[in-house]
Ligand binder design. Sequence first.
Ligand SMILES: [Zn+2]
Ligand SMILES: [Zn+2]
Ligand SMILES: [Zn+2]
Length: 68
Amino acid sequence: MPIECLACSRGIEHCHGTLVQHVDATLECTDSGCEVLTVDQHELVLECWQVTGGCACAEVETVTKAAS
Ligand SMILES: [Zn+2]
Ligand SMILES: [Zn+2]
Ligand SMILES: [Zn+2]
């Protein structure tokens, strides 16, 4: 029997992947089939520096701050 989350049981359109927010405001989803990249559509939202292994954005942000 499939496990439904609250949003599923309510028939709300959403994604079960993890939405990753990058420093430059771009959004990425761990679900390759995901087409709606908005925070509203995702229960799990991470900033990219929180992702295991990190993201190149974190380094860019540090450099930018140091320069300004
Ligand atoms: Zn669901
Ligand atoms: Zn990033
Ligand atoms: Zn998604």
